[in-house]
Ligand binder design. Structure first.
Ligand code: EPU
Length: 459
């Protein structure tokens, strides 16, 4: 993190970073629209998986547009713990992974490097192919529900792996190697689909995966694996066929852009009545979001190198249901809800992917928002299609002026939204636990600074 600070006449520090400060607590003075340009790089949710895929190659891999995120640092350490050499590539933001020295690691070492991340679970397939065993520590990630790993473990068993749970974590072995399997996921899980892809590419025989996730980041992972020599076909109706091959080589790949970050800044422009050009954002992967953004009163202009976002008039209420791709992503509802607190009328957001991803709205209520969460969904509401028993719904009535408050970041996307709410609010807010935001937003404080946000790092 950079530590550029400007001392002001009254002795207060404004701007980026914080010498001697942990960057965990922000004092934010709201009411100033965010204006300017920020750049989004590679998607957290592809980059970390492509890094794991490098373990499958017999030659080094090069990944480009890698953002500086703590989740990336966690996966890098885990690769290094397993003997993979990681070095800077031939352009800024590129990394080279050389798996030729890959070796088993001790549980304690893995545990110490795993951090608060869900990615370690995706090391299973590549490590089983390489070393015949995989050790998985207790998994972290955002606290947004139970986040079970049953789909992952069931898939690995279908490939012939043996899963042993112990007090320290999970040990997975494959004494007879891994073979192709017919797998149908109970739900199109992103992580479980990646698990199957990363395992099936070198399993003996053909794997048919039904009810697969088809998010653009999954398609980009398939592109990475195809460059490595994998044979993967994407069939109609969420079916993916993988023909296992004997060996794979390294890849050279530029990551897909981070849609989640682009959406977050678009909502920040809407909520603060600002204007943000998101350099690197592309239309195709954001079609669903752009429709909702327009219906909510947002205006955007798709340009060659990015998309410009601002309000197009008053913010309007919308009804949104989160879903798997090509639906409205669960990671996009939190920043949108902040903007919807300023819409004229009633908005409804149905969360159908996770069971506990609307808890962050409590802090918005503390700031003056009128939001009621229905933990078991709305009876007879305006939903299009009934989905999962997990559903929760938030009813947002606006417009309600937001005022400053002391709030604590609950998770990655909720955390970003709190900062935006504080920027849109009248008065000063203290937002603590903002360190979590660096899991998914590169150079977050620098970007706020570039957009003219008025904040200090106070802890
Ligand atoms: N699920 C199970 N069992 C499993 C796996 C998933 O029941 O074994 C359930 C989950 O509990 C959840 C649903 O299936 O209700 C979907 O979970 P999924 O596996 O698709 O999510 P994930 O792979 O753990 C990724 C992203 C999330 C993003 C979701 C949905 C990464 C590292 N994480 O999580 O991103 O919200 O897909 O698109 O790729 C974020 O970036 O802030 C974030 C949380």
């Amino acid at each position: 993190m950079t530590t550029l600070l400007n001392d002001t006449a009254d002795g207060k520090r404004t701007g980026r970073g914080g010498q001697g400060r942990s960057g965990e607590i922000l004092a934010i003075r709201g009411g100033r629209p965010l204006r300017g340009t920020i750049e989004v790089k590679g998607a957290k949710n592809l980059v970390t998986k492509a890094m794991v895929a490098a373990l499958l190659g017999e030659t080094p891999s090069i990944l480009r547009d890698v953002p500086e995120l703590s989740d990336v640092a966690v996966v890098r350490s885990l690769l290094e713990v397993h003997g993979v050499t990681v070095a800077d590539g031939d352009e800024p933001g590129s990394l080279v992974f050389d798996p030729s020295g890959a070796a088993s690691a001790h549980f304690e070492e893995i545990d110490a490097h795993a951090g608060a991340s869900r990615i370690p679970i995706l090391f299973c397939g590549p490590l089983l192919h390489l070393l015949g065993e995989a050790l998985i520590p207790d998994l972290g990630g955002c606290r947004i529900g139970d986040r079970p790993i049953n789909f992952h473990m069931d898939a690995l068993r279908a490939f012939g792996a043996i899963v042993d749970k112990s007090y320290e974590g999970i040990r997975i072995t494959a004494p007879d190697g891994l073979h192709g399997a017919n797998i149908e996921l109970p739900y199109p899980s992103v992580g479980a689909t990646e698990q199957v892809l990363l395992t099936a590419v070198k399993a003996k025989g053909v794997t048919e995966l039904k009810n697969a996730a088809i998010e653009p980041e999954i398609m980009d992972l398939i592109a990475v694996l195809q460059k490595m020599g994998a044979i993967i076909s994407y069939e109609p109706n969420r079916v993916i066929l993988i023909e296992g091959v004997e060996s794979l080589r390294g890849y050279d790949h530029r990551s897909i852009f981070d849609r989640n970050e682009a959406v977050s800044w678009a909502c920040a422009a809407l909520a603060t009545d600002g204007e943000i050009f998101v350099d690197g954002a592309k239309q195709q992967e954001m079609l669903t979001f752009l429709n909702v953004f327009r219906k909510a009163g947002g205006w955007f202009d798709v340009q060659e190198h990015g998309i410009l976002f601002r309000r197009g008039g008053p913010i309007k209420p919308v009804v949104v249901e989160t879903d798997v791709h090509p639906g409205y992503m669960t990671d996009w509802q939190q920043p949108l809800i902040v903007a919807l607190t300023q819409a004229e009328g009633e908005s409804i957001v149905h969360e159908t992917v996770y069971e506990n991803r609307l808890g962050f709205t409590q802090a918005l209520v503390k700031m003056g928002a009128d939001i009621v969460v229905h933990p078991h969904g709305l009876e007879g509401g305006a939903r299009r299609v009934p989905r999962r028993a997990l559903e929760q719904a938030a009813v947002i009535n606006g417009p309600t002026p937001l005022h400053g408050a002391d709030i604590e970041v609950p998770d990655l996307r909720g955390g970003f939204s709190y900062v935006v709410a504080a920027l849109a609010a009248e008065g000063e807010s203290t937002v603590s636990g903002v360190g979590i935001i660096s899991r998914g937003y590169e150079k977050f404080f620098d970007k706020l600074d570039a957009l003219g946000a008025d904040f200090d790092i106070v802890g």
